[in-house]
Design a protein around this ligand. Sequence first.
Ligand code: SF4
Length: 373
Amino acid sequence: MGISRRDFVRTTFCAACSAALFPLDLAWAEKRFSATDTHVKEAYFYKELADGVVQCGTCPHECVVLPDKRGRCRAKTNIDGKLYTISYANPCVVHVDPVEKKPLQHFYPGTKAYSLAVAGCNFHCLNCQNWEISQTSPDKTRNYNLPPDEVVLMAAGYGCKSIAYTYGEAITFYEYMVDISAKARELGIKNVWVSNAYISQAALNRLCDVIDAASVNLKSFSDKIYWDLNGGHLEPVLETFKTLHRRGIWMEIINLVIPTYTDDMEMIKRMCGWILENLGPEYPLHFSRFHPLYKLVHLPPTPVEVLQEAEAVALKEGLHYVYIGNVPGLGDKTICPNCKRTVIKRRGYTLLQNNLNAGKCKFCGTRISGRWA
Ligand code: SF4
């Protein structure tokens, strides 16, 4: 029997044989929560509708949630006519990473980021590399109990310059992220948001009060591809980029080049043109290599020549900092846009050389965009 696209993206598949296991909708209905449960906290953005129904305002999906049901991200639920997150203080992944892994190449290079994730996502990307945690709900993963105070103390204890909200989609644990970020700021720890950028403007503006940097995906420059590949729309994502720029948040833009989906050079050219016109040439653009994963295992890895072609298009359009990601030996240098000398050299995520003096190229004195020590 055929499977519709809607059912396809909402179905869990066996990792070994790809057999459909169960529709996620059925899984969502399994557990009811109470407002007094651990890890349950009232959502920051929602409105109450009639008959105990609520509408979430955290992301552009604006889910209308019936009593005891969940939103599309599986992380918010309606309890007695109010909307609650079930994602609070229960991360399923906690790790200390180099900040370069986010990837951020122009944000305090060589420092550590205390990284955490909670299960759930408001997108359903067919290529998701973290689908085991993104395409399930927070009550179905093995979690830590880690309140915001403890996260900040752990980050400080490990000598981390920043805390990164990453791996899954931090929009789905928005309340937890905002509360940690506010406390981190009190201790002088930076906050890094790694995201698909699919967030409401109200939620984003509050987030911008407490974060310092964003590693944000621009998955394509086509609304149709956004819908087919990721389950969202392009326009709200573009609005996120404009707001981050206006609010002075350092950002690096990630574009995953997927064969047959996002490898069209004309589209990449239009995307670069939009970045230049709306954000300027200073934010790094990372073209990441796709590897066959999740529901796109039938596609090949992105050929390196395609990534190099995309890099050439972006540089020709006028962007100053363009990187190739997920290819060993490529994308490991930051080049001064003026004298073309190497100002930062890395191997993988390890910093090898830093030729910056107070954020300027030590060879010609040109300011290099970013946040530097
Ligand atoms: S955050 Fe979750 S519940 Fe809220 S609108 Fe987005 S997908 Fe729906």
